[in-house]
Design a protein around this ligand. Structure first.
Ligand code: PEP
Ligand code: MG
Length: 567
């Protein structure tokens, strides 16, 4: 079994087709006629642009307008005036077209691949793709053709370039495995748009896997199983069948309102980690963003992102959501989220240490940069600010005071922002749960972080298998805490949402409805399923089940009762 990055959901079973890129090596020559060499380059460029435009038109039909736009970057890199001039002057100085193209695109590739912003780094793949296309034409070679593969093929390549992905015949390719690329690479985005299960960044995949090998691609969990046993095959066939059937059935919920069985409106929003994820969430029909984990902006960088860099990221999400709510959580550093350049001291117990809001309030100048960027972005959409790991009322008051300071300095700078921006807190500690009544009086909304709340309530680390039986949302202590938080928020008329994983737990959803949860924030692939489950319960039915469950004394009994009632 090989592990990789789970870039596109689903389960693919098929036969490996290991695609090796053509040999594009050449011996540099000194051409006699520079003008003739430039004409060869111009012809290759013209052919490449024409082929790419044809691919864009094909993709518009197969994967949609948005994914097709990705190939527009290829046209830009092909026709970039700076690159064209570089190639032209290299030819003038005596290089052949192959060498001039190769050196110019290598320069751009190095520049992009060294950029700090992951999205810019990913553009290096586009640059390399254009170089391959131009060189292949100049050398008279064919690039990898994935348009004519046999049925049930699993494509295994070192790097899946966007143009290769564009050629893939969706009906014949059941999975994709690569040696490079992350979740935000163009290949990953197109694989998701094509709905082909994909696992990226599997080390040495093209040498360890041979054409003809039977493979299972588990794109949901980022696993590739080579030569699966009969038992494994049966297991994954059942999973693939169930996944496909559910997917088809869930399409009926796309574009529908999120309402309970008796017509009560519920807000169904998405959890994201970077601005690109907002596109994926929108494609899955979210009604806004319930949690943007801003720490990923900090974790992906080599130094603190500036106010402008942060503003650009937050603004992008606000604009993408077109007026729908966007809750952005301020830096939740510490615990399992390390940011090396902050040089945080080692602690005996980092999960109970100097982290999240504690760190931010102690580094208020740094915190104000983030708060100012958030306020500026609030002029472009319905941005709300959320505070992580709150345990006391002072933390909320101090953060709100800093927000007021930032507002005053924006007023002085004459910069627009939403003066009524909402400020809420994560409720993810037992302390916050116990003072939920006081916190509700200070906050505009709550979002329950069950991932941490379960751990802190049960004193059980989710990563420790030996105490896994305690790390359960069905524990009566956790259920009582949830009931209390939701009731206090509702009593004081503030929105109460949940952005921990439990919001998408099919068994728990009726209980959350009965408690009065108003917003469910889940990962993009869980959106339609959550909408379906919400629609299957009336308040009265959910109340009856919840009353029964609250009378039970153990997590095992609670889970069994919820399973028995599951729709
Ligand atoms: C949570 O604790 O439930 C939560 C959503 O935050 P994170 O998973 O980022 O800690
Ligand atoms: Mg948390």
């Amino acid at each position: 079994m090989f592990k990789g990055v789970n870039a596109s959901d689903g389960f693919g079973i098929g036969v490996a087709q290991v695609a090796i890129a053509p040999d594009l090596s050449f011996t540099p020559s000194v051409p006699e006629d520079a003008e003739q060499e430039k004409a060869r380059y111009a012809a290759a460029l013209e052919k490449f642009v024409a082929q790419t435009n044809a691919q864009i038109e094909r993709m518009k039909r197969t994967v949609g307008e948005e994914a097709a736009l990705i190939m527009g970057a290829h046209i830009e890199f092909a026709e970039d005036e700076g690159i064209k001039e570089m190639v032209g002057s290299s030819i003038d100085s005596g290089m052949c077209a192959e060498q001039a193209v190769s050196e110019a695109y290598d320069t751009y590739y190095t520049m992009f691949s060294q950029m700090e912003d992951e999205l810019f780094r990913e553009r290096a793949a586009d640059v390399a793709d254009v170089k391959t296309g131009l060189l292949a034409d100049l050398l008279g070679k064919e690039v990898v053709d994935l348009s004519t593969l046999p049925e049930h093929s699993i494509v295994v390549v070192k790097e899946l370039t966007p143009s290769m992905t564009a050629d893939i015949d969706k009906d014949n390719v059941t999975g994709i495995v690569t040696e490079t690329g992350g979740r935000t690479s163009h290949s990953a985005i197109i694989a998701r748009a094509l709905e082909i299960p994909a696992v990226l960044s599997v080390s040495d995949a093209t040498s360890l896997i041979k054409t003809g090998d039977m493979l299972v691609v588990d794109g949901t969990n980022g696993k590739v199983i080579a030569s699966p046993s009969d038992h494994e095959l049966e297991h994954y066939r059942a999973k693939a069948k169930a996944y496909a059937e559910e997917k088809v059935a869930l399409e009926a919920y796309r574009g529908k309102e999120t309402v309970t069985g008796d017509g009560e409106k519920v807000l169904l929003v998405a959890n994201i980690g970077n601005p690109e994820d907002a596109n994926v969430a929108a494609e899955h029909d979210c009604e806004g963003i319930g949690l943007f984990r801003s720490e990923f902006l900090f974790m992906d960088a080599k130094e603190l992102p500036s106010e402008d860099e942060q503003f650009a990221a937050y603004q992008k999400v606000a604009l993408r959501m077109k007026g729908q709510p966007v809750i952005i959580r301020t830096l939740d550093v510490g615990g399992d989220k390390e940011i090396p350049y902050l040089n945080l001291q080692r602690e005996e117990n980092p999960f109970m240490g100097f982290r999240a809001i504690r760190y931010c309030l102690n580094n208020s100048d740094q915190y104000k940069v983030q708060l100012t960027a958030l306020l500026r972005a609030s002029a472009f959409g319905d941005i709300k600010i959320m505070l992580p790991l709150v345990t006391s009322i002072e933390e909320v008051r101090q953060a709100k005071a800093l927000i007021e300071e930032c507002k005053a300095s924006l007023d002085a700078r004459g910069v627009a922002y939403n003066k009524d921006i909402e400020v809420g807190t994560m409720i993810e500690t037992p302390a916050a749960s116990l003072i939920a009544d006081d916190l509700a009086a200070e906050c505009d909304f709550f979002s329950i972080g069950t991932n941490d709340l379960i751990g802190y309530t049960m004193c059980a680390d989710r990563g420790n298998d030996r105490v896994g039986y305690l790390y359960e949302v069905y524990q009566p202590a956790v259920l009582r805490s949830l009931r209390r938080i939701i009731a206090e928020g509702n009593r004081q008329n503030i929105m109460v949402g949940m952005c921990g994983e439990a919001a998408a737990d099919p068994l728990l959803i009726p209980v959350l409805l009965s408690f009065g949860l108003g917003e469910f924030s889940v990962s993009a692939p869980s959106i339609l399923r959550t909408r379906r489950i919400l629609s299957e319960w009336t308040k009265a039915e959910a109340d009856a089940l919840t009353e029964k469950v609250l009378g039970l004394k153990t997590a095992a009994e609670v889970k069994a009762a919820l399973q028995a009632a599951a729709r």
